[in-house]
Write a protein that binds this ligand. Structure first.
Ligand code: AGP
Length: 599
């Protein structure tokens, strides 16, 4: 969701900003813009893609100081007027902003009644306030601090003063933003990926901090003006991780990376004797919990449902899984020692963060499972379990989901062992087998592509059915399909269909069934018969030992608790090929953002 890049140095910032914004495209956006400050100020904006912005930027556009932005509309429609950067009425200040200013109406009414606004955005309030504040003080830093102190809500801000070509003004609260340190230049970015080509040295900005960037120095301070010192760190990102290479889409690359991710997780969570090991802090936290609440959204929520099954079955701790946006407003009755586990690929999801803030105030223990070390949820939780999936760029989450399942399985097994439960399998070995099985599935792309063409090329809707853990994977399969192919898709518990949804089954309605669980193989097969008798086209995916004539795919067998790692792969590939053949923008589906930083 929204991305920011900024540069101050000696080169023309234009291409650095355009390249940076391209790297942030994955976050989801609907308009973009760049401001360059040199001898003059040059602002270019477009509704649509960065490619159009690149085309529109004049050849002579030059500035050694610049800010760029991708906008995902919240306040005001996607349009050129609402795209950032925004200028103040006097034309002196120019701003890019991510986040939501919750008190923008109040600020407008209190301070800016006489100011003509050009856009419908909450952002414009900030830049107009800068104009106001600078009328009563000569000092831009003071005006900036005064403005920031008035804001309520979330913000990552890059601001230019066209009377000062030597400073980029920066502030942050709740929205992600980093400072990148270069030799003779400095940059800001929502994500290190955007500026990795320029530098691998970064400094974190914490909430309610202000930074003044000059080409040779940075000054960090709190909103009161007290200077803060913080050491830089090296971003452990490889350019290869954030490039598509020979792949047509990031989604396909990330599906193929899943075996590698699982192997990386095995390495990360084993000790020198090759035994599963978690930190003692995490172990203690799990043992103390009398009930666990998993909080997550979208794909991460679906992983949470699988995690509940693992923890309850293996470690016998009761688990509730909550949609983050619901929990924030409808808190259930809590036990004496609840533990909150947040699952978030990005670690920035605002819905989860709202819950984290709430439960922290009550002093409860928290663990975050995330793919982004140093992300907001990771920083603000008591403990973090890393997913080690590497950057996930496609909006549709694939490798992060399998990483979440693998780490949740490890957490459940470790907790069970610590409780003295004797388990008759070695999870690390079983995960290694699962990784190899995923590899064999990713080699069956042609077959799965054919199935996608036969079942999903022209349909308006599709249903996914499964029982037990298969039902949770079906929910994930349906989400994958709907978000990138725009086919209306739903996952259902097989037995629930006849209580209503079966009314929607028509001639040739695709029904994708998962049959990987021995205990429910018979009933799910009956559910398939029920829909077939009403005209549905069934595509059944089963597992060795449970296969029947007519199954479209038979997956190699893995340990029963790890079946979600395997069964989700053909569903991811079906969604990918369905979207591809329907001409959809696979990596950047409409209306969606990768990192959902607004509630
Ligand atoms: C998955 O494909 C999604 N695009 C989306 O549902 C995502 O899982 C959700 O927004 C949660 O994101 P997070 O894991 O970064 O918190």
């Amino acid at each position: 969701m929204c991305g920011i890049v900024g540069y101050i140095g000696t080169k023309n910032a234009k291409n650095i900003l355009l390249n940076g914004l391209e790297k942030l495209e994955y976050r989801g956006y609907d308009s973009a813009g760049i401001a360059l400050l040199g001898e003059t100020l040059n602002i270019t904006k477009v509704k649509g893609r960065i490619a159009a912005l690149r085309e529109k930027m004049e050849d002579e556009a030059f500035g050694t100081l610049g800010i760029g932005h991708t906008r995902w509309a919240t306040h005001g429609v996607p349009s050129e007027e609402n795209a950032h950067p925004h200028e103040s009425a006097s034309g002196r200040f120019t701003i890019v902003h991510n986040g939501v200013i919750e008190n923008y109406q109040e600020l407008k009414e209190t301070y800016l009644q006489d100011v003509p606004f050009k856009s419908e955005t909450d952002t414009e309030v900030i830049v107009q306030l800068m104009d106001k504040m600078s009328q009563t003080t000569q000092d831009t830093v003071t005006a900036f601090r005064q403005t920031i102190q008035l804001l309520q809500g979330s913000y990552a801000i890059g601001l230019l003063d066209n009377e000062d070509v030597d400073t980029l003004y920066v502030a942050k609260n709740k929205s992600p933003l980093l400072v990148g340190i270069g030799n003779g230049f400095n940059v800001i970015a929502s994500d290190a990926m955007a500026t990795l080509k320029e530098t691998d040295q970064y400094v974190e900005i914490h909430d309610e901090e202000i930074v003044l960037l000059h080409k040779d120095s940075i000054v960090m301070m709190d909103v009161e003006g007290s200077v803060i010192e913080r050491e830089p760190y090296t971003a452990e990102l490889d350019m290869q991780d954030i490039e598509k290479g020979t792949y047509a889409h990031f989604m396909l690359k990330e599906i193929d990376e899943q075996p590698f991710v699982i192997r990386k997780i095995i390495q990360a969570y084993q000790n020198s004797d090759g035994q599963l090991e978690m930190s003692q802090d995490i172990r203690n936290t799990m043992q103390e919990a009398d009930r666990i609440h998993i909080i997550a959204s979208g794909t991460s929520y679906h992983a949470g449902l699988v995690g509940k099954q693992f923890i309850e079955t293996l470690a016998s701790i009761p688990v509730e899984v909550h949609i983050a946006s619901e929990f924030a407003y409808h808190t259930p009755l809590l036990s004496e020692n609840p533990l909150f586990i947040f699952i978030s690929q990005s670690g920035e999801t605002a819905d989860a963060r709202a819950v984290l803030t709430k439960v922290k105030k009550r002093g409860f223990n928290t663990i975050t499972l995330t793919n982004v070390p140093g992300s907001t949820l990771s920083r603000e939780s008591n403990h973090t379990l890393q997913l080690h999936a590497g950057p996930e760029i496609a909006v549709a989450s694939t490798k992060a989901y399998t990483a979440q399942i693998a780490v949740l399985a490890l957490l459940a097994v470790d907790t069970a062992r610590e409780k003295g439960v004797q388990l008759d399998f070695d999870l690390l070995q079983e995960l290694a087998i699962a990784a190899s099985v995923i590899e064999t599935l990713t080699e069956q792309k042609d077959k799965i592509e054919e199935l996608a063409k036969t079942f999903l090329n022209t349909t308006r809707n599709a249903f996914f059915i499964g029982r037990g853990i298969d039902y949770y994977v079906c929910s994930e399969g349906a989400l994958k399909l709907k978000e990138i192919s725009y086919i209306q898709a739903e996952g259902f518990a097989g037995g629930e269909l006849k209580h209503g949804t079966i009314a929607l089954i028509e001639e040739d309605t695709p029904v994708i069934a998962l049959a990987t669980q021995k205990a429910v193989n018979h009933p799910i097969r009956s559910n398939v018969q029920e829909v077939v008798s009403r005209g549905a086209k069934a595509l059944t995916i089963s597992m060795e030992g449970m296969e029947q004539t007519g199954d479209a795919l038979v997956l190699p067998a893995v340990h029963e608790i790890l079946t979600p790692l395997i069964s989700v792969v053909p569903l991811q590939l079906l969604a990918y090929y369905a979207a591809l053949h329907r001409g959809c923008d696979v990596d950047k589906p409409r209306n969606l953002a990768k990192s959902v930083t607004v509630e």
